[in-house]
Design a protein around this ligand. Sequence first.
Ligand code: ADP
Ligand code: MG
Length: 620
Amino acid sequence: MIEFPPVIDLDSIYVLKEYFGYESFRRGQQAVIDAVLAGDDALAIMPTGAGKSLCFQVPALMMDGVTVVVSPLISLMHDQVMQLVQNGVAAAYINSSLSFEQNRIALERAAAGAYKIIYVAPERLETDDFMYFARRADIAMVAVDEAHCVSHWGQDFRPSYLNIGKFVAGLGRRPVVSAFTATATDLVREDIMRLLGLQDPIVRATGFNRENLYFEVRKPRDKFSDVIAYLEAHPGQSGIIYCATRKSVDEVAAGLQQLGFPAASYHAGLPQHERLTVQQDFVFDRAPIMVATNAFGMGIDKSNVSFVLHYNMPKNIESYYQEAGRAGRDGSAADCILLYSRQDSQINQFLIDQVDEDNSLTDDELSAAKARDYRRLREMENYCNTTNCLRQYILDYFGDTDPCDCGNCGSCNSDTQVTDVTIDAQKILSCVSRMHGRFGLSVVIDVLKGANRKRLREAKLNELSTFGIMAGQPDELIRQVAQFLIQEGYMQVIGDRYPVVGVTQQARAVLKGETTITMPLAEILNEPTSSKAERRRLSSAKKLTAGIEADPQLLANLKDLRMKLATKEKVPAFMIFSDAALLDMCIKLPTNEDEFLTVSGVGKVKLEKYGAEFITEIAR
Ligand code: ADP
Ligand code: MG
C-alpha cells in the first residue's frame, strides 16, 4: 500500500477567512505563520497595527493542542480574548482579574482541551497551579507578545518576563516558541532570543511603514482653534489628542466639552478607577475623543482610531511614532497631525535639563544619556521643520531602507512649488558665516530680520552687514530655507544642549553665485490648513479604496446599527465590525450571504451573527 503524506486540511488562508474574515495576509504575516507551522521558533518585529496577533492566532487554530500567549497587560488580554470569542474561537485568559476559583476552573478546562488559545500574565507561569496544568496539557506553542519586555534595554522591562525561558525549559515536550514586538534595537533583539531561549528562530522584521497613516505638521497661531476646525471637519470620528502636560489635558478637554464635543480626559494624576472608566468610555465610543498625556495608550487596541493629534511635540521620534501609530490600526485611512510651536521645543529642552540626578546612573552615564536625549529632541524638531517627505524622514530615522512611495503626507501633498531661493540662501549663508558658528538658528533669524533685541546688541550682532537684510520676510520662510540648507549640507549644526549653526565648504559656491538653490516651498506660508487638510484626507482615503466612494449616509446608518448591537451585547463597537469592514460594505453593497462573506473582516461566525441585519440595512 502506498503511504500518503498527511493531508493538511486547514490551510492558513482558509482559517484567516473563516475566523477572521480577511482575504489575504499582510506583509510578513505569512512567513511567520509558515515557520511556526513547520515547527520553527520565530521572532517577528512589526510596527504597531501591522497585525502581529494573527501571526500566532492563525497557527494556534491549526496546531494540535493549546497555544499559551504571554501578554503583559490585563486589558490587552481581555480585549483580545473578547475579539476571539466574537469570532468563534475557543479562548480564555488566566490573570489576577479572575478569582482563584475562576482561574482554577479555566485551567482545568484548558487542560481538558477546551481552548485553542489561553492568555496568561507572565507572573502566572511561576505558580504551582499553572505548572501543574502545563505538565498535563498538550502545549503546541508559547507565543510571547510584547517580547521586548524581557529586556533591560527595552522601554517597558518586566522582570517576570525572565521566567518565560525557564518555564519553557521545564516542559516535558518543548513547544514552538514565537515572540512578537514592535520595537527591537539590536540589543533588545539579542536579549529576546537569548532570554526566551529561542532555538534557531526565523527572524522577520517588516518595514516600519504604515501606508494608511497620513502625516502632517502644522504650526497654527492658535492650536485650540485648529483642533476645533479639525474636529468639525471630522464629525463622529474617534481619535486621541495628546498633550504634554496634565494641565493642558484638563484645559483642552474642558474646552472641547464646553463646545459639546464628546471628549474625555486621561492622565496619570487621575485615580485608578476613574482612569478605567474613561478608558472604557473611549473604547466603547461613549466618549470617542480622548484628550490625554502619554500615559494613555499602552494596552489600548481600539482599531477605529481615525486620528491622533499632538497638541505638543513629543520628546523624540520613537515616542511620536508609537503614539501616532495608534491611529488606523484597522487599515483605514487615518490622520497623524502634530501641532508644533517653538515653545514645545523649549519645554522638552527644559525637561531634559532638569534631570540632574539619577541614582541608577554614574555621572558619566547621566551626561551621556542627556546628550542622547538632546540629540533625539533635535531629530524630532527636524521632523517638525523639514519640507521633505515626513514618512521618509521617519523611515530613515528607524533605519528602514524600504523605498517609500509616499504621496500621503503634509510635505508630499502640500501645494508646493519648486522655487528658486538662491537669493534667500545667499543672505542666510552669508549671515551665518559672519556669525562664526557661535549661535543657533533662532538668533540667526533674529539678525536677518533685524530684531530689536538687547541680546543682539550685547553681542554686537546688530552691527553685522547682514543685520535686517531679510526684514519683512516671514520667519517661517527663513526657517524653511535654512532647514533645507542644513539638510542639503550647506550648513551644519553642532552641539547638543546649545546647538549652533555654521557654514560648510559647500556653501562657498552658493555665495559666489556659482550654484542655484531650488526647493519645494508652500505657495502661501501659514495658510489656514483645515480645508486643505480635508481635501488631502479625502484624496488619501480615495487612494486606499481604489477610487470608489462610499455613500456617507449608508456608512452612518451602518455605524448606528453597529452601535445598537454593541450596546446590546456590551462589547465595544469595533469588535462587532471594524470601520474598515463597514467601509467595505458600503463599497461592495452585499445583497446576500455569499456576497456578505466577501466583505473584509466578515468570517463565518460574524456572518451568522450579524449578516442578516446588515444586509437588510444595506438593502434599505
Ligand atoms: P499589532 O499587534 O501588530 O499592533 P494587531 O494584531 O492588533 O496589530 O492588528 C491590528 C489590526 O489589523 C486588527 O484590527 C486586525 O484585525 C487587523 N489585521 C491584521 N491582519 C490583517 C489582515 N491580514 N487583513 C486585514 N486586517 C488585518
Ligand atoms: Mg499587539
